[in-house]
Design a protein around this ligand. Structure first.
Ligand SMILES: [Zn+2]
Length: 128
């Protein structure tokens, strides 16, 4: 048993802090367990490592970005699994928050939940 009963708090990944929302987890039919917390921390640690890979990639290395983007999709799915959400790419929000990406952030935030994506064709990460 935990000594506190907060609905929301932050978990440290050692590379950043991530919000942990107990109410959201329970709404999705999930249980708040130490294993679940560790799973979510581990996924975010992988996400931070991936962000470093984006940062270290040369802007002209298109094939490398294709590979990194596929890894990001898998991380977003793992997070949806861990939080008890259905796997739905329309709710992915980390793909446009990577180094070198020039796609519009606010527009893509507004599009969350829809199939629409605002891709800047000159974006080194997602463009042509
Ligand atoms: Zn982009």
């Amino acid at each position: 048993m935990y000594e506190f009963d907060l609905d929301e708090f932050s978990l440290s990944t050692g590379r950043g802090v991530e919000l942990y929302n107990v109410r959201l987890l329970k709404m999705n039919g999930g249980e708040d367990t130490p294993e679940r917390r560790q799973t979510i921390i581990d996924i975010h640690i992988d996400r931070h490592k991936l962000l470093e890979d984006y940062r270290a990639t040369d802007v002209t290395d298109k094939s490398r970005f294709v590979e990194l983007n596929e890894r990001m999709v898998q991380i977003e799915y793992r997070l949806q699994d861990a939080w008890g959400f259905p796997r739905d790419p329309n709710y992915h929000s980390y793909w446009f928050q990577v180094h070198h990406c020039t796609c519009p952030k606010l527009d893509n935030m507004d599009f969350l939940g829809s199939e629409a994506r605002y891709i800047n064709f000159s974006c080194p990460v997602h463009g042509k």
